[in-house]
Write a protein that binds this ligand. Structure first.
Ligand code: ADP
Ligand code: MG
Length: 267
């Protein structure tokens, strides 16, 4: 986990997203309040239809709530119009999707360049940054390949590079390993963790408890559009248990040494 400054990057304050479907109201998100600190690794879990994607879209300012407020860096984005919203999310948030969402007729490098175009970055800088980012995900030799010439894992690495294009504070990942085999998924998770250690805030939707438990500082479980359960993994406890393990290990070795010592003493 990255060092946290206690600064709130995203806050959902009593947020609702209701859809009117004829006579019925679908309560996709039904009163969620959460605060996400800078540098946190957050997992969102819950059964299908519990509101994960809707909540994620609200967090990522891809959508506005029907009621309540969403703050990004202290700014109430519930009040912005679509073009301001697009500008702000393009700068502050990187997205990674289950299905990669690369543009098929653009090369890996061109895909990574796209978000920078929307922020008005010049062509030469876009190329330079895209090349650097592809290097970062170890795909420099695939820069001119099209998505269909890449494996699933490679595509997701391109998507990760793209999510970093504008050096966002927050990375949203909706089931980032959902379409990957275990080994490739693990690599993607390791990469997210590395970014988190570098200070990026990561918010990840996942179906897999072991991914949430293995990587997240805090796990929100949703049910029927509400937060049903919050599990905070105290890192002090993490390190405590790590210390205990280390100590036990050491004690064992110490005991062995002691035994040997006693043995040699007897001799
Ligand atoms: P999850 O990602 O946890 O599977 P979603 O956030 O996609 O859940 O959906 C939550 C609920 O809201 C579901 O019942 C879904 O059918 C409904 N829903 C989501 N988006 C819309 C929409 N645009 N119009 C109507 N209902 C929607
Ligand atoms: Mg979903």
């Amino acid at each position: 986990m990255a060092k946290k400054g206690g600064k709130i990057v995203i806050e959902l304050k009593n947020v609702f997203k209701h859809y009117h479907m004829g006579e019925n109201i679908v309560k996709a998100v039904d009163g969620i309040s959460i605060q996400i600190e800078k540098g946190e690794f957050v997992a969102i879990m819950g059964p299908s239809g519990s509101g994960k994607s809707t909540a994620m879209n609200l967090v990522g300012s891809l959508d506005v709530p029907t009621k309540g407020h969403v703050f990004l860096d202290g700014e109430d984005i519930s009040l912005l119009d679509e073009s301001d919203l697009a500008q702000i999310r393009g700068k502050k948030i990187g997205f990674i999707f289950q299905s990669f969402n690369l543009i098929p007729n653009l090369t890996a490098k061109e895909n990574v360049m796209i978000p920078m175009m929307f922020q008005g970055v010049g062509i030469f800088e876009r190329e330079d940054v895209a090349e650097d980012l592809l290097k970062l995900v170890d795909l420099q030799d695939r820069a001119d390949h099209y998505p269909n010439e890449l494996s699933g894992g490679q595509r997701q690495r391109v998507a990760i590079a793209r999510s970093l294009a504008n050096d966002p504070e927050v990375i949203l990942a909706d089931e980032p390993t959902g379409n990957l085999d275990t080994k490739t998924g693990k690599m993607v998770m390791e990469f997210l963790e590395k970014l988190n250690r570098q200070g990026k805030t990561i918010i990840m939707v996942t179906h897999e408890p072991e991914l949430a438990e293995g990587h997240a500082d805090i796990i929100y479980s949703l049910l029927d559009g509400k937060v049903d359960k919050v599990v905070r993994r105290h890192h002090s406890e993490y390190s405590k248990s790590r210390n205990v393990r280390a100590k036990n290990g050491f004690t064992k070795i110490a005991k062995e040494k002691l035994k040997k010592l006693k043995y040699s003493e007897k001799k």
